[in-house]
Design a protein around this ligand. Structure first.
Ligand code: 3PG
Length: 305
């Protein structure tokens, strides 16, 4: 039975080795498709795969049609907006994610981006500090919680809002819970986004909301580009010359954002989860979930129920 790792953005080699060990110890065979450039390569590679491990790779109906043997797809990571869940269900394929496994890596990058931003992208001019500033965390999931932990070390005032996580849970983690996302933006110096891309969140980070950030405000996005209303954010950056936008996901309108040199930065490729540790954690979790499903029918972490 073949397990295929299909990663346009490859795992660290040490993670691939770890996955291979798990898969082979269970008597399964591992195949690898990395850095593919054409969808056709993916369509050919999945033809005889019973299980698939992916990252942000787009798995749509055409892929499910081509994968005649496929029983399970595990997205080694948190967000599964890249997988067509309805198509998976229609093809009788189980889809899982590996929540939390790469959360610390993403959270650490938030602070990499933030220090870079408050020190004026290391241009040599006097910057500001994070200590004493208020950080608003939008969504208190695994990444948001890690961001809160690290922010406390920087001496920031930490507050959060999550539409699905009760205020008591946020407060129990030693973080101030605000009533809604409007209050979060209006009372923060920095807002860090950790919401998934869903029909409700798409384009929800708009001009009216971001415009309420305090003077010198910074918006950090290591979540998804789809949650940003890009035309409105561009408009706002032109009007509010005190604001900065730093992101780990290149906007569709990257070329237009580039005009805000010194106030805008995007990593060249999404790299929040691109650490050896995160790749090992998420990759091995994915392998174990596949083995557990194939051998024992365990469906914990299934997302297309
Ligand atoms: C996730 O949803 O887990 C992160 O966005 C990481 O995505 P990646 O595996 O493409 O780096």
């Amino acid at each position: 039975m073949k397990v295929l790792i299909a990663t346009e953005k490859p795992f660290a080699a040490v993670a691939v080795e770890g996955i291979k060990k798990e898969i082979e110890a269970a008597g399964l065979e591992l195949a690898l498709l990395e850095k593919y450039t054409e969808k056709q390569q993916l369509l050919e590679a999945v033809a005889d795969a019973a299980a698939l491990i992916i990252r942000s790779d787009k798995i749509d109906n055409e892929v499910f049609d081509a994968a005649k043997e496929l029983k399970i797809v595990v997205r080694a990571g948190a967000g599964y907006d890249n997988v067509d869940l309805d198509a998976a269900t229609a093809h009788g394929v189980v889809v899982m994610n590996t929540p939390g496994q790469n959360a610390n890596a993403v959270a650490e990058l938030v602070f990499g981006l933030l220090v870079f931003a408050v020190r004026n992208f290391y241009n040599g001019k006097a910057g500001t500090e994070l200590m004493g500033k208020t950080l608003g965390i939008l969504a208190f999931g695994n990444v948001g919680r890690n961001v809160a932990r690290i922010a406390k070390g920087f001496g920031m005032n930490v507050q959060a809002y999550d539409a699905y996580c009760p205020a008591e849970v946020i407060e129990a983690a030693g973080v101030h819970a605000v009533a809604n996302q409007e209050e979060l933006f209006a009372t923060s110096d920095v807002v860090s986004l950790h919401i998934p891309a869903t029909p409700e969140t798409k384009q929800s980070i708009n001009k009216a909301l971001v415009n309420t950030l305090k003077k010198g405000g910074i918006l950090v996005n290591t979540a998804r580009k789809e949650v940003i209303n890009e035309p409105e954010l561009l408009e706002l950056l032109a009007e509010r010359t005190d604001l900065k936008y730093v992101t780990d996901i290149k906007p569709d309108a990257d070329a237009e954002f580039q005009q805000f040199e010194g106030r805008y930065f995007s990593t060249p490729k999404k790299m929040g989860a691109q650490t050896a540790e995160a790749n090992v954690n998420a990759g091995i979790a994915a392998a174990k979930q596949i083995v557990g499903f194939i051998k024992e029918g365990i469906t914990k972490f299934q997302v297309n129920k």
